[in-house]
Ligand binder design. Structure first.
Ligand code: HSE
Length: 309
C-alpha cells in the first residue's frame, strides 16, 4: 500500500481578457486529498468526504472519478485507489474548486505510480474533472492548478500550454460572495459570435497582458486585464459590479474582474497594503447588500499541485 497527501491550489481563470485561455494559481488556498493505492487489489475508486462541504454522494458525480479513470486509460496501470478529501474549496465559487480537486487527484495518482505522465498529460487528466463539472474541456483553471504560476493555453488542439513569468509583487485579493452562478449557466448566456471590434479589443488586451507579464510591467498588466467578451453579459449576476470596480480602482487596485465564470471577483494590486484595503472594500460591498462572503488576500503562487506528506 502506498499513501500520500496532495495539495492543489485554487485558481483564477480568464484573467479578464483571456476567456478560456488564461489562468493563475493562488497562494495558500486550495484542496487537500489523502490518496492510498493498493496495486494488488482489483481496480476501483473509493471516495471519502472528510470535510463540511457537501459533495455528490455518487462517486460517478465526483470529479475525482473521471480523472483517475483517464490516468488508468492513458497509462494502462491498474489498482484500487482510496481518495479522502480533507480540505475543499466551496464548489461553484469561481476560484477553480473542481480544478483543485481534479488537479490534486491527477497529480496524486501519477505520483502513486512514480510519475509515468508528463505535467501536460496530468493537465489532460485534470480536464476530465472539469468536463464533468461544467460540460467542457477547459484548461484555464486546470493548467495553473497543476503547474502553478500564470498559464496561457496557446491552443487546445493539440493542447499547448505556456507558463508565463509571474512578476514579484502580484497580489490578488479575491472575494467569493455567496451567490449561485453555475459555469453552465454563465456560459449559456454568452453569444455564439462576437463583433469584429470586440475581438480586436480583446486581442489587444491579451497581447498587452502577456507583454506586461513578460516585462514585469504590472501597470500594463492591470490596464490589459479587461474583458469585452464575457463580462458585459455576466456582470448582471454580481450586484453593484461597476460600482465595486470604481471603488477598488479608487483605492489603488490595478484591475478588477470576474474570476472565471463567477460569482467570485478578483482584483490586482502591486502592494500588500493596497491588497488588504481592496479586500476590506470588497467585503463591505457585499455585506452592505446582505450577501455573505469569504475573502482571500493572497499572492499569485508559482507552485501548482504538490505532495505535502
Ligand atoms: N473559462 C471558463 C468560463 C471558466 O469563463 O466560462 C473556467 O473554465
Amino acid at each position: 500500500m502506498k499513501r500520500i497527501k496532495v495539495f492543489a491550489p485554487a485558481s483564477i481563470a480568464n484573467l479578464g481578457c483571456g476567456f478560456d485561455i488564461m489562468g493563475l494559481a493562488l497562494d495558500e488556498v486550495g484542496d487537500v486529498l489523502e490518496m492510498t493505492l493498493d496495486e494488488t487489489a482489483d481496480s476501483g475508486i473509493t471516495i471519502i468526504n472528510d470535510t463540511d462541504v457537501p459533495l455528490p454522494s455518487d462517486p460517478e458525480d465526483n470529479v475525482v472519478t473521471p480523472v483517475i479513470r483517464k490516468f488508468f486509460e492513458m497509462t494502462g496501470h491498474r489498482g484500487h485507489v482510496q481518495v479522502r478529501i480533507v480540505k475543499k474549496i466551496f464548489p461553484g465559487s469561481g476560484i477553480g474548486s473542481s480544478a483543485a480537486s481534479s488537479a490534486a487527484a491527477a497529480f496524486g495518482i501519477n505520483e502513486l505510480f512514480s510519475a509515468p505522465l508528463s505535467e501536460e498529460d496530468v493537465v489532460v487528466c485534470t480536464m476530465e474533472g472539469e468536463n464533468l463539472a461544467s460540460g467542457g474541456y477547459h484548461a484555464d483553471n486546470a493548467a495553473p492548478a497543476v503547474m502553478g504560476g500564470i498559464t496561457l493555453i496557446r491552443g487546445y488542439d493539440p493542447l499547448d500550454i505556456i507558463k508565463l513569468p509571474v512578476p514579484g509583487n502580484l497580489y490578488c485579493p479575491v472575494i467569493h460572495p455567496h451567490l449561485t452562478v453555475s459555469t453552465k449557466q454563465a456560459r449559456s448566456i454568452l453569444p455564439r459570435e462576437i463583433p469584429m471590434h470586440t475581438a480586436v479589443t480583446q486581442w489587444g488586451n491579451v497581447g498587452g497582458l502577456v507583454a506586461g507579464l513578460c516585462t514585469g510591467n504590472i501597470e500594463l498588466v492591470g490596464r490589459a486585464m479587461r474583458d469585452a467578451v464575457a463580462e458585459p453579459f455576466r456582470k448582471q449576476f454580481i450586484p453593484g459590479f461597476d460600482e465595486l470596480r470604481a471603488k477598488l480602482l479608487g483605492a489603488g487596485a490595478l484591475a478588477m474582474n470576474i474570476s472565471g465564470s463567477g460569482p467570485s471577483v478578483f482584483a490586482l494590486a502591486n502592494r500588500a497594503d493596497i491588497a488588504q484595503r481592496v479586500g476590506a472594500i470588497m467585503e463591505r460591498h457585499f455585506a452592505q447588500q446582505g450577501i455573505l462572503s469569504e475573502t482571500y488576500v493572497v499572492k499569485v503562487s508559482n507552485k501548482g499541485a504538490r505532495l505535502i506528506a
